[in-house]
Design a protein around this ligand. Structure first.
Ligand code: FAD
Length: 69
């Protein structure tokens, strides 16, 4: 099983809980319908390239501004 998880910097508790749940799901001791969150398929975001460009431009602006002041 390969899994990618993002917890926005707060992963100690949820990482532990979701890790145990993933193990139980693989072992079959927990069924998909019993999970506290629904499983979802990974999809490409719409206009992902445009969002990336906006975030990148914003980050560059913040870095440029903070380097100046
Ligand atoms: C600076 C910082 C501050 C944070 N502060 C908080 C906080 O205050 N509260 C909070 O809830 N979360 C915080 N987090 C996030 C939290 O640390 C992570 O979400 C959590 O540790 C993720 O757990 P994990 O078990 O998924 O991964 P990890 O804790 O990264 O564990 C992965 C383990 O796998 C090992 N490993 C990697 N590759 C291999 C390999 N090939 N073979 C064998 N072993 C391998 C690594 O050495 C590591 O021990 C912080 C993270 C950082 C970086």
């Amino acid at each position: 099983m390969i899994s990618f998880s993002g917890y926005n910097g707060r992963g100690i508790a949820p990482g532990t809980v979701f890790g145990k749940l993933a193990a139980a799901l693989i072992l079959g001791t927990v069924q998909e319908g019993e999970l506290p969150l629904p499983l979802s398929r990974v999809t490409r975001p719409r206009l992902g390239w445009a969002r990336e460009a906006v975030y990148e431009a914003g980050a560059q602006l913040v870095h440029a501004a903070s380097a100046r002041w």
